[in-house]
Design a protein around this ligand. Structure first.
Ligand code: NDP
Length: 260
């Protein structure tokens, strides 16, 4: 099925690794233009260098927590492509700590990254998205938003607030022709888990460590997901084919969610 993405322009944050990188590559493979940011511009260029002709990419260093950097990045992208049709608010990480181990500054940082990181991404893009036919925003969130985990206390709370805010965006931006949806992740094999494996000091191979992790968390599909398995639903939600889907949350967690 043609997703009607060719010739359109999309902005992806956190595109040098994991879900953001797989999503940027999937959009480029569909013939779209992609504006991608991360804090480390060298890694971003390295990872996307071979993905598409230069004129279909706008790569820049920008921190989603910085509103001015995000406005400059968005304006640069929109000028380069002459349009913006969608946004993937993906950049982030999680804080593995129980509530009693989490300082107030860390709690504030989590809310800053999760809430303002998304607001700083979406706000400057809106004026461009309103000019598009079939504009779509996808916010990458976590199943933790609805199923909190004590070992990720601050991240779970910030994710819940983000899910709520994203639902409000769908209500407010729908009349302006912009759809807004969430993708809620379970455990996905990306840089985040690779870093945790390296910090763990385990003697297990990475594959065995991931298999144990999946068993410990009771994932019905018995494994972690891949970044590509997230990119496909994200790209589907960005497509004008999904023209009546807004305010939805799509779980991509191999069945880890226990709610119905
Ligand atoms: P990775 O660590 O693989 O990639 C994170 C990307 O975000 C990198 O490109 C990184 O580049 C960029 N980034 C991090 N912080 C910022 C920032 N402040 N401003 C701009 N870019 C930033 O992560 P994942 O692909 O695993 O995660 C993607 C999203 O999915 C995140 O929001 C994460 O919290 C969420 N998620 C992931 C889960 C998983 O199991 N993997 C589970 C649930 C949610 P750089 O460091 O150069 O900035």
């Amino acid at each position: 099925m043609d997703l009607h993405l060719a010739g359109r322009g999309y902005l992806v944050t956190g595109a040098s690794s994991g879900v953001g990188l797989a999503t940027a590559r999937a959009l480029l493979a569909e013939g779209a233009s992609v504006a991608a940011c991360a804090r480390d511009p060298e890694r971003l260029r390295e990872r996307l260098a071979d993905a598409a002709p230069e004129e279909r990419m706008f790569l820049a260093s920008a921190d989603v927590r910085d509103a001015e950097q995000m406005r400059a990045f968005t304006d640069g992208a929109a000028r380069a492509f002459g349009r913006l049709d969608g946004v993937v608010a993906n950049a982030g990480r999680s804080l593995m700590a129980a509530l009693d181990e989490t300082g107030d500054d860390q709690l504030r940082e989590e809310f800053d990254l999760k809430l303002f990181g998304v607001l700083n991404t979406v706000r400057p893009a809106l004026e461009w998205l309103e000019l598009s036919t079939g504009a779509s925003i996808v916010v990458v969130n976590a199943i933790l938003a609805r199923q909190p985990e004590s070992r990720l206390a601050a991240t779970s709370a910030a994710r819940a607030a983000l899910l709520n805010l994203t639902r409000t965006m769908a209500t407010d931006y729908g009349p302006r022709g912009v759809r807004v949806n969430s993708v809620a992740l379970g455990l996905v094999d990306t840089g985040q888990w690779r870093r945790r494996y390296e910090d763990s000091g385990t003697e297990l191979s990475y594959e065995d460590w991931c298999a144990d992790l999946a068993a410990d968390r009771g994932i019905p599909l018995g494994r972690l997901g891949t970044a590509e398995e997230v990119a496909h639903p994200v790209v589907s939600l960005l497509s004008p084919r999904a023209s009546y889907v807004t305010g939805a949350t799509v779980d991509v967690g191999g069945g880890i969610a226990r709610y119905v």
